[in-house]
Write a protein that binds this ligand. Structure first.
Ligand code: CTP
Ligand code: MG
Length: 555
């Protein structure tokens, strides 16, 4: 189809090829061989924000003829990119070459008149394609090809992985299956841009930026959309006043604190989103949280959205994670596998609670990779030493400086395979002194715990904060027990070699696929796994081994 090409630069940048694990050249310098060149995180962000501003989101009849659709729209200007997807109906993302096309498009777009109801005449960039005339939009064609925006079910993933020939290939395949697509990233930036149009009613020069897993390289299809209302760019905010003479300044409303100001801005924008934002439903204002936010579902995209403001440190940590994830392809592969494994065993959850979060798990993987005998990742302190004058960043008294020019980073010659790393990850955290030590990626070394929380992971940019303060003792114990069990499983030959039937249709879960199985009794077939009760770990392993041995005998 016209625009289904996935930008290979994204794949290259994040090294998601299924080819066998490459080992890194000795002491290689980091280079990105893609059309992004060595663009910084912010340059890439700015480009995507600008593309989103030239885009519209259109709900289409299921049997839309793509050619006629594009012909019809191109009367407003050249179209750069278009793709379709499904979410309670068929939608198209259309990116024009020039922003001016949107003016023409808006002029030709009507406000609907609906019987017995009234509409808020807010002219957003979320539109519907109507066909009231004699145009045959189906033209004998089936529905347009849709780009997937959600990932496959875990049972299907287990089956897919079981067909691979090595654990390294399983890990690569999992990463490729779960990671965000180029289209999904575009859609995330577009939803931010649509939201910006609402916030711009009050703050015309504001920007809404995605952060967290939507942009840090570790996002899984279907992950939430964390957004940050950035008011820093408002012109005149940091304007220097002349030392002497006349000058003008705006009269402004004052609040008792930065926090109170953020709360009132989010409260008003949240209200607008609720009252005027097409497609935005279930708006909740969670203004008393440590980081105040407005949560809602954006129906046309299917994203669960969290809108925050004044959250620049989180933006910095997204940039740091993005940098770490791009340094070596094994980083993202390992993070995706560990996150998936944790989700499969309910170590993490989509509901907030006393469990370990994906963000904490990611930091734990980064720390583990810094702790290899030959470190795969540099410490944050080292990244700070490499920073240039333009990289200097201090946010609310916290030094968030680190290098943005990745070519300055010298990597070490570690050639461990993904399989070895996964095994070692489980062993590392099976024996980690959680009771005494804190995980610290700034130093790349464990530090004495400054407080009594069961799990202590120092926030990289706010050293006084513990990223995993919410985690209770029971959840940590479950994590450690599961690490032990998984480390043990990977040591057993029965688990870590493909079965003779692999690739021939007899795909008994083995290797990473077996690690994702929540219950032994399903090894023979993944159907009905939800109904089974969890068995004690040792029983689980015994049963799993038995079942694998029987399978070996039979085949
Ligand atoms: N964050 C943080 N400290 C925390 C929790 C979150 O600094 N205790 C920041 C991180 O930059 C994180 C972002 O807020 O990436 C978004 O948080 P969250 O949505 O919980 O994590 P994600 O990394 O987006 O992962 P997920 O896929 O689970 O949404
Ligand atoms: Mg998130």
């Amino acid at each position: 189809k016209c625009f289904k090409k996935v930008d290979s630069c994204f794949q290259r940048k994040f090294g998601t090829s299924t080819a066998a694990t490459k080992t890194d050249a000795p002491n290689k310098k980091y280079t990105i061989d893609s059309k992004d060149g060595n663009k910084s995180f912010y340059t890439v962000q700015e480009e995507k924000i600008e593309q989103a501003e030239r885009s519209v989101l259109i709900s289409c009849p299921a049997k839309t003829n793509e050619k006629k659709f594009l012909n019809y729209l191109s009367r407003h200007g050249d179209i750069n990119k278009c793709f379709f997807y499904e979410s309670y109906g068929t939608y198209a993302v259309v990116e024009f070459s020039n922003k001016e096309s949107l003016v023409s498009l808006h002029e030709g777009t009507a406000i609907p008149s609906i019987n017995h109801e009234a509409t808020v005449p807010f002219k957003s960039r979320l539109l519907s394609l109507r066909n009231t005339g004699p145009v045959d939009m189906s033209n004998g064609q089936s529905a347009p090809q849709c780009q997937p925006q959600t990932t496959i079910h875990i049972n299907d993933l287990i089956q897919r992985l079981s067909k691979e020939n090595s654990i390294d290939q399983q890990i690569s395949s999992l990463t490729e299956t779960y990671q965000l697509t180029e289209e999904n990233v575009c859609l995330r930036f577009l939803v931010c841009s649509l939201l910006k149009d609402i916030a711009a009613a009050y703050f015309p020069e504001c920007t809404i930026r995605p952060f967290g897993s939507s942009v840090n390289g570790f996002g899984k299809l279907g992950c939430d959309l964390d957004m940050f209302l950035d008011l820093d760019g408002i012109s005149g905010r940091n304007l220097k006043r002349p030392k002497a003479g006349l000058s003008l300044e705006y009269q402004t409303k004052r609040s008792a604190s930065e926090r109170a100001c953020t709360q009132s801005i989010l409260s008003v924008i949240g209200e607008c989103v609720d009252q005027f934002g097409p497609g935005c439903v279930g708006v909740q204002k969670i203004l008393q949280a440590r980081c105040p936010l407005v949560r809602f579902a954006h129906q046309p995209s299917g994203f669960q959205c969290d809108l925050t403001a004044n959250n620049r440190v989180a933006m910095k940590s997204s940039e740091l994670l993005y940098l770490y994830g791009g340094l070596d392809r094994r980083v993202r592969c390992l993070v995706f596998s560990v996150r998936c494994w944790a989700r499969a065993h309910s170590i993490t959850s989509s509901i907030p609670g006393a469990w370990i979060s994906n963000f904490s798990l990611t930091v734990m993987v980064l720390f583990f990779l810094q702790r290899r005998t030959i470190p795969i990742l540099p410490t944050l302190d080292h990244l700070k030493e490499l920073a240039g004058p333009l990289d200097k960043s201090v946010i609310e008294g916290n030094d968030c400086t680190f290098v943005s020019d990745v070519t300055k980073i010298q990597l070490q010659d570690n050639t461990e395979t993904l399989e070895q790393l996964l095994q070692e990850f489980f062993e590392f955290y099976s024996t980690f002194a959680f009771n005494r030590m804190s995980i610290n990626i700034r130093k790349g070394r464990e530090q004495n715990k400054p407080e009594v929380s069961p799990l202590h992971i120092q926030n990289p940019f706010e050293p006084a904060l513990n990223v995993s303060k919410n985690v209770n003792g029971t959840q940590l114990e479950r994590f450690v027990a599961l690490c032990r069990e998984s480390a043990w499983m990977l040591q057993q030959r029965e688990f870590n070699v493909p079965h003779s039937g692999s690739g021939t249709g007899n795909n008994a879960p083995w290797g990473l696929a077996a690690l994702l199985m929540p219950s032994v009794s399903q090894v023979a077939g993944v159907k009905g796994r939800k109904k089974r009760k969890r068995e004690p770990a040792s029983e689980r392993i015994k049963g799993l081994l038995e079942s694998l041995k029987n399978r070996e005998v039979k085949s």
